[in-house]
Each structure stands twice: as structure tokens, then as C-alpha cells.
Design a protein around this ligand. Structure first.
Ligand code: GLN
Length: 493
């Protein structure tokens, strides 16, 4: 039998449907890969026993479905990794933070519940930056996940969904859940040669997902191909009455958009995304993307998003402000870590001091500062105004284009430790991704080439709100044209 871990999700689902192999065989192959991949530190918690049980149950379901003529679930029997930000019933969920300790939810996040209902087999909980704050996975209390793309030097897999991206790139799972508040799906996807999509805000329920910045957080998949990402997102998305920001609209069959012609599609190229100091190879990749879309029949339209340069500073005011409020709940009283002190305030103090890492503390302090009386107008209110201008920029752009093409990141993956002590350098990673979070739009990263050092680079496509269909169509055309088939050498196995 061929190595089952090399299959795409689509091919694996097809193979199981045809009876070529079972979910148990597929799951066992992935468990073996996970066991061999320990050096990548992609998983915080393994659930291999549970995965075997789920796989056996899935195989049994398939047998009875065959008899009844019923249809298999979207993810029937597929071994998937889950970012440790999604609450999973009976399985430790800690957001890579010491403050959640051994917290084991008694409930399931809506996103993972949807996937379980569709037949997902869960291999384990994936590493991330603490509370999803970071761009390199280095803020995790469990140590960084390592990018599979380089053996002579430890590179970051990006963040915050670094474990998800590393696991998919190294074929430890067929796909993974991730979340994106400012780029945490797309940037790690770009750093690891995988595909990652953040859908329109409100497509995926946030219920049961540990909150970072509620007006920006959105779940989405990291996958091996654009079509796999579409299949995963179809399962993850959908209305949920438990999240007041969840959109009550149907989930289209996005996988059907993959492979469709982009003839006549208007692709906008924003002048403002050419930033100072951008490496020549990033510009060259972008130019190559433009040429590929043109060759595929799209029309290239120069556009302007004039407030782009204010997006990053606005994001790093809004996101910490919301985080400081969301993280106030970790006080040692109800769940997670508790360090007893001499009185209530002292207990809060000791618990939070012991439980939060440096980056999370930095965000809480910045967030509390920008929300405080006297500074609120100067920072928070002003950032909200910038956010409105960014929304308007995109609205104006849609008059002349249907989708926007940009680089995903300003560089390829960097070495562990390289930017860790310089938060501003780290924050600059998000320069091309935060705008879509501020405007609530869908954005996808597609692997499109290799850097001079042989590392993957990604291109981003941004779509209109709720128009994931066009995003998938354009992404699949880009994927076909780029023909990115490179894989990292399996040095960790
Ligand atoms: N890197 C960004 C940050 O640290 C984005 C994180 C995310 O999308 N979760 O805020």
C-alpha cells in the first residue's frame, strides 16, 4: 500500500469511499507519523487512543451507510489535528498557557462539534502561541513547534497556528483546524508550504474557542491543497445560535468552486502593499502571481487601499484592548491555575504572574493602557476610526475588482530566536494579513514558490465579505499555475 500519510484529504476520503483502505488503517499510519514526528513539537496533547476508537466507529458507520444507501459525512474517517484553542470535551485544552493548567472542558466547541458530526477522527491538540498571541509559535508555554522545512537550523513554523501548519506540512495529519485574529492561519501556511483560509468574520462560530480578540477572531483550516481547505471549511462553518456574531446563512459547496475558470475575473493589485524594505524575492513572487493569474485569463487591475499603512498600528491597539478584557477571566477562581496568596488580590496577582507568559502580559498591559480613561480617545477610539477607513478602502476597491492578490508575508520562515526579543519586528510579520481581520473579509494563502534558501513562500487572495467562492476559485487557479509540489525532507522521522 502507498504511504497513506502522503495523501491529500480529498484522496483519502475517496480511497475510503472506494474501500481501498479503512479509517483504522489511515489513522494508524498517521499515528505512526505523529509518533515519529516528536521533534517537531507540533502536538501539545496526543489523543491516539481516542483516534483509534473514532476510526473504528467510522469504519462501522461506513458499513451501515453502505447498507442503507446513506451518504458519508464530509470528513468521515479522516484523521485531523485540532489547534489547542478549541475546547474539546474530555480532552485537555490549554491554549498553550500555563494559566489554563490541565483544564479539561466538559463541552465541545461548535467548530469541532461540526467536524465530529461529519466523521472527523481527532489525532490530538496542536501547539500554538500562548492564547494565539504571536507569529512564531515561540510564546507557547510548551516550547515552539519547529518548521519541518529545514534540518540544519530550527526555523519557526509561523504563528500562532504553528503546530497546525507544521503537522500538515510534515504529513502528520490530513488537515488541521486553526484560528486567525491577525494572520495566524495564513502566515504559518505561507511559512510551511500549506494552504490556509480565514473565512469571512461570522462564518465559523466562536463558541467554545478560547477568545483572544473577539471582533477579529475567526476559525479556519490549514490544509495540503485548496480543495482540501474548502472541504474542511464546509464542515467547520455554519450558523450557531450560541454565538451572537455567527451569520445565519447557508454554507455553500465551496469545493465545487475549485477548478473553475477565472476568465474575466478582475484581480486587484494594491499599490500600498509594496512596502519599504520588502525583499526582492517577495516582490518577484508577487509579480509571478500576477503573471499566472493573467495567463489563466484574469484581468489585472491596479487598485489603491490608501489606509493600509495604519492597519498594523490599529490592529496592535484593538487586539490587545480586546485581549485585556477577555483574559480578565483567568483569575484562579473557577478553573485552571491557582496560586494562593494572603488575600483575594494577592491570589489574583500570584496566579496571573505565574500563569501568563511575557507576550500575554505585554498585551494585557498595552490593552489596559489604551482603554484607560485619558488614553481611550487617543488610542482605542482612534484605532476604531482607522478600522472604519480600512473597511471603506476595501468597499471602494470592490468597484473595480473581484478579488485582491498580495504576498502573504514580507519574508520566508526565520530561525527560532531571531525576532523573539524584538516585538516590533515580530509584529511586522502581520503587515499583509491584519487588514482582512480588521475588515472581516476572507483571505487565503496559497504556496506559490520557494525563496532563494529553498523555503516556501505564499501569496494571499482577499475576497469580498461572504464571497469565499471567488476566493477558492482564484486560489485554485493560482495553485494550478504555481504547481507547488515541493515537500520538506523528512529529517525528523
Ligand atoms: N501575529 C498576530 C498577533 O500576534 C496574529 C495572531 C493571530 O492571528 N492569532 O496578534
Amino acid at each position: 500500500m502507498t504511504d497513506l500519510t502522503k495523501l491529500t484529504l480529498e484522496a483519502a476520503l475517496g480511497g475510503m469511499a472506494k474501500g481501498e483502505f479503512s479509517s483504522v488503517e489511515l489513522t494508524d499510519a498517521h499515528i505512526k507519523a505523529c509518533e515519529a514526528g516528536g521533534k517537531l513539537n507540533a502536538f501539545i496533547t496526543d489523543t491516539h487512543e481516542l483516534a483509534r476508537e473514532q476510526a473504528a466507529a467510522s469504519d462501522a458507520r461506513r458499513v451501515s451507510l453502505k447498507k442503507s444507501g446513506g451518504e458519508a459525512g464530509l470528513l468521515e474517517g479522516a484523521p485531523i489535528g485540532v489547534k489547542d484553542l478549541f475546547c474539546t470535551e474530555g480532552v485537555k485544552t490549554c491554549a498553550a498557557s500555563k494559566i489554563l493548567g490541565e483544564f479539561t472542558p466538559t463541552y465541545e466547541s461548535t467548530v469541532t462539534a461540526n467536524m465530529k458530526a461529519d466523521g472527523m477522527v481527532m489525532l490530538g491538540k496542536l501547539n500554538l502561541d500562548e492564547f494565539a498571541m504571536g507569529s512564531s509559535n515561540e510564546t507557547s508555554a510548551y516550547g515552539p513547534s519547529i518548521n519541518p522545512w529545514r534540518k540544519d537550523k530550527d526555523l519557526v513554523p509561523g504563528g500562532s497556528s504553528g503546530g497546525s501548519a507544521a503537522a500538515v506540512a510534515a504529513d502528520l495529519c490530513l488537515g488541521a483546524t486553526a484560528t486567525d485574529t491577525g494572520g495566524s492561519i495564513r502566515q504559518p501556511a505561507a511559512f510551511t508550504g500549506t494552504v490556509g483560509i480565514k473565512p469571512t468574520y461570522g462564518r465559523c462560530s466562536r463558541w467554545g474557542t478560547v477568545a483572544f480578540a473577539s471582533s477579529l477572531d475567526q476559525a479556519g483550516p490549514i490544509a495540503k491543497t485548496v480543495k482540501d481547505a474548502a472541504i474542511l471549511l464546509e464542515s467547520m462553518a455554519g450558523y450557531d445560535a450560541k454565538d451572537s456574531t455567527s451569520l445565519n446563512i447557508d454554507v455553500p459547496k465551496w469545493s465545487g468552486a475549485c477548478g473553475q475558470s477565472v476568465k474575466g475575473l478582475r484581480v486587484g493589485i494594491p499599490a500600498e502593499y509594496t512596502v519599504d524594505g520588502m525583499p526582492a524575492e517577495i516582490q518577484a513572487l508577487w509579480d509571478k502571481g500576477v503573471a499566472m493569474m493573467k495567463d489563466a485569463g484574469a484581468e489585472i487591475v491596479p487598485i489603491s487601499l490608501p489606509h493600509t499603512k495604519y492597519a498594523l498600528p490599529a490592529y496592535y491597539v484593538v487586539a490587545p484592548a480586546e485581549a485585556s478584557s477577555n483574559l480578565a477571566r483567568y483569575d484562579g477562581m473557577r478553573y485552571g491555575l491557582r496560586v494562593d496568596g494572603k488575600d483575594l488580590n494577592d491570589t489574583y496577582d500570584r496566579t496571573r504572574t505565574a500563569g501568563f507568559g511575557d507576550e500575554v502580559r505585554r498585551r494585557i498591559m498595552i490593552g489596559t493602557y489604551v482603554l484607560s480613561a485619558g488614553y481611550y480617545d487617543a488610542y482605542y477610539l482612534r484605532a476604531q476610526k482607522v478600522r472604519s477607513r480600512i473597511v471603506e478602502d476595501f468597499q471602494n476597491a470592490w468597484n473595480s475588482c473581484d478579488v485582491i492578490l498580495t504576498p502573504t508575508t514580507p519574508s520566508a520562515a526565520f530561525p527560532v530566536g531571531h525576532k523573539f526579543s524584538d516585538p516590533v519586528q515580530m509584529y511586522l510579520n502581520d503587515i499583509f494579513t491584519v487588514t482582512t481581520n480588521l475588515a472581516g473579509l476572507p483571505g487565503i494563502s496559497v504556496p506559490a514558490g520557494l525563496s532563494a534558501d529553498g523555503l516556501p513562500l505564499g501569496l494571499q487572495l482577499i475576497g469580498k465579505a461572504l464571497d469565499e467562492e471567488t476566493v477558492f476559485k482564484a486560489a485554485s487557479a493560482l495553485e494550478a499555475a504555481a504547481g507547488f509540489t515541493a515537500k520538506p525532507e523528512a529529517w525528523w522521522a
